[in-house]
Design a protein around this ligand. Structure first.
Ligand SMILES: [Fe+2]
Ligand SMILES: [Fe+2]
Length: 483
């Protein structure tokens, strides 16, 4: 059989209340269950999604097929009418499990009983981050630096909403009553709620202004990318196909973060050069964000995102890998036996008050490895950012703090590590951490810059315009209409 013949492709059916390419029309029970969940989702969206935005017409892209070009469908949409749907990449009938104990067996089309509960937990934990980030970003529209940015914020929001749909489909279709209950609970938890918070700490932090938002989409959406990429390797084929399609959306979220921070740097460097100022206070007086403050935000968002990778050494992660539930990043491109039974991996930890490197079993160090893969990609992004001060002849460079810096989860939790990776005392930490992490004063200053700019083609003073508009349109295009 030729390779193309083995791929089963369902077109997306937009005539249905829930657009899908999973042939929902022929599974009445599932269809009814999801149609009952849909109004609850819309309630959740109106309660916790973008504030005061229901009547805006937003120039959004909507997926119309799962091909590479399937995203090229743009038009004005009122967000409550967005066509959230269930889209999986086509099934490859010949797909085999390619790591762990089941390597070589056909990928699973149903959930094996023995892995039901860990798989459900994996899906729920990932799924919970999707609505959480929409909730975290709810108020940002009120202070958008431009229409272009406002539109991009809403694009991310509707796509995170679709990611919620993607995980809810899996829960309803494959996990019976437990799955339906989990799908309900996904709409009930709230980011930052003391009684019923989102599952992961970073998703309970506030995204209170646009600098935090760009940092979040650069650092934290990228954690999403790495988690989704390792789930895209899963032996459970519907999960792999679902996450593969989600990954196509994630790229745009990280673009918003990377280009957003780059534009802030650009603007600050312009002012530094044009007005010949380097002093942070003087730069602030000119309404731009000094580079030292940018560094503190990098330190914060990078370190809280590292916590999302979990403990460096984890028997859970080892079990997930051995069972075939969750692979490594780019598992298929790694040249080893994909079972890791005798391999070692270098990790860093604190021993006798010193930062040391040691060899750990690769299987238990799966989380550390994924985190290191993530760090490499983040560093490449910082290198691109650093070309901006370089271009202006400004010696400042952003750097990533040590992986042990400001950690709450894993082997560095409860320890005090400087950005350079020195183990320090608690007193030392308390004396210096205000120079390393955003202070209340930093937040208050950034907040003070936030004002709503909605005139087409205009940008807030603290951020440069983007290099180009959306979908080949000019930067001054009316990306959001208020009538
Ligand atoms: Fe997402
Ligand atoms: Fe995302």
């Amino acid at each position: 059989m030729s390779e193309t013949a083995e791929i089963t492709q369902q077109p997306i059916d937009y005539s249905q209340r829930i657009p899908n390419n999973v042939d929902l029309a022929n599974d009445r029970t599932l269809q009814r269950a999801l149609e009952r969940w849909q109004p609850a989702f819309l309630n959740w969206w109106s309660e916790t999604g973008p504030a005061n935005a229901a009547n805006l017409q937003v120039y959004l892209r909507t997926a119309v097929s799962v091909d590479r070009d399937g995203w090229a469908n743009f038009g004005y949409v009122r967000m409550p009418e967005y066509r959230w749907g269930i889209f999986l990449v086509p099934r490859d009938e010949s797909r085999k499990i390619h790591f762990g104990d089941h390597k070589g067996e056909p990928a699973w089309q149903e959930v094996p009983g023995e892995y039901r509960s860990p798989l459900r937990r994996i899906i729920v934990t990932q799924g919970d981050t999707e609505p959480a980030s929409v909730e975290q970003q709810r108020q940002l529209g009120a202070t958008c630096p431009s229409l272009y940015d406002l539109r991009n914020l809403f694009q991310v929001n509707v796509e995170e909403g679709r990611h919620l749909w993607a995980t809810v489909y899996l829960l309803h279709r494959y996990f019976g009553r437990d799955g339906r209950e989990e799908a309900e609970a996904l709409l009930q938890r709230r980011s930052g709620d003391a009684n019923n918070p989102r599952i992961l700490t970073a998703f309970n932090e506030k995204t209170s202004h646009w600098l935090a938002y760009y940092m979040f989409t650069f650092f934290t959406d990228r954690d999403g990318k790495f988690q989704l990429a390792s789930l895209a390797e899963s032996a459970f084929d519907p999960l792999a196909r679902t996450t593969r399609f989600m990954l196509t959306e994630e790229a745009h979220h990280m673009f918003i973060g990377e280009s957003g921070v780059a534009r802030v740097l650009q603007r600050t460097c312009e002012v530094m050069c044009e007005q010949n100022v380097t002093d942070p206070g003087q730069l602030r007086a000119r309404g731009v964000i000094d580079l030292e403050t940018m560094q503190r935000f990098v330190n914060f968002h990078y370190s809280v995102t590292l916590d999302l990778f979990g403990s460096e050494l984890s028997s859970n992660a080892a079990n997930y890998f051995t069972a075939g539930l969750k692979g490594r990043y780019s598992e298929g491109n790694i040249n080893d036996d994909h079972s890791l039974s005798n391999d070692a991996y270098t990790i860093q930890e604190i021993s006798n008050g010193e930062m040391v490197k040691r060899q750990a079993p690769a299987l238990t160090a799966i989380n550390a490895r994924l985190r290191d893969d993530y760090t490499r990609e983040v560093q490449a992004g910082l290198d691109r950012w650093n070309r901006i001060p370089e271009k202006f002849g400004i010696p400042f460079r952003l750097t990533l703090p040590h992986v042990g810096f400001h950690r709450k989860i894993g082997s560095f939790a409860g320890r005090h590590v400087s950005p350079e990776g020195r183990v320090i005392s608690k007193e030392n930490w308390e004396r210096q951490s205000a120079a390393w992490l955003p202070t209340d004063n930093d937040h208050a200053f950034v907040d003070s810059l936030m004002g709503r700019v909605i005139e087409p083609g205009k940008f807030a003073n603290w951020i440069a315009p983007p290099a180009r508009g959306i979908n080949h349109l000019p930067i001054e295009f009316e990306y959001v209409r208020f009538d």
